[in-house]
Design a protein around this ligand. Sequence first.
Ligand SMILES: *[C@@H]1O[C@H](CO)[C@@H](O)[C@H](O)[C@H]1NC(C)=O
Ligand SMILES: *[C@@H]1O[C@H](CO)[C@@H](O)[C@H](O)[C@H]1NC(C)=O
Length: 160
Amino acid sequence: MARIVLLLMALSLISILPLLATAMFHIKGCVYCDTCRAGFETNATFYIQGAKVGIRCQDRKTMDEVFYTEGVTDSTGTYNIMVENDHHDNICKTVLVSSPISSCNTPDPGRNRSSIVLTHYKNGVLNHLHYANAMGYFKDDPLPQYCHQLLKYYLSDSDV
Ligand SMILES: *[C@@H]1O[C@H](CO)[C@@H](O)[C@H](O)[C@H]1NC(C)=O
Ligand SMILES: *[C@@H]1O[C@H](CO)[C@@H](O)[C@H](O)[C@H]1NC(C)=O
């Protein structure tokens, strides 16, 4: 029994060692199409496959760009981007780069970016997976009747 416990401990150590050595971050988030131009996710929102997302880090003092990489969303509109090295002295964010849907490629100015903190220690806890806020594009021609109903529903809901 004790041997099994030791073996399990050794195995779990081995599995986290490469992460520590390379200081890899995993940034996860999603990109949606705001069908009714609501400015937030609704039940009419759909998630965009093949949207390009960038991760940009700037020096805190000079604001020079010190790091940039890109990723693409999968069929669920989710991107997973790996970043190496600790960026604790940088200001980092995810940004919208492009949408493959021509009728839904206007970035929502309020949802076109998400701040991320790329450092392993968050409140003293070792942390590799970072969630970014969802980012969205506005659809060009919201269905008037349908969206009116939908927004009425959401806005009245937030009043109570
Ligand atoms: C969204 O929710 C509202 C309120 O429940 C409903 O009336 C509407 O049909 C829903 N729309 C979709 C696309 O599910
Ligand atoms: C997001 O939109 C705002 C308002 O239009 C703009 O000032 C800002 O530069 C945009 N940010 C990105 C990362 O595109």
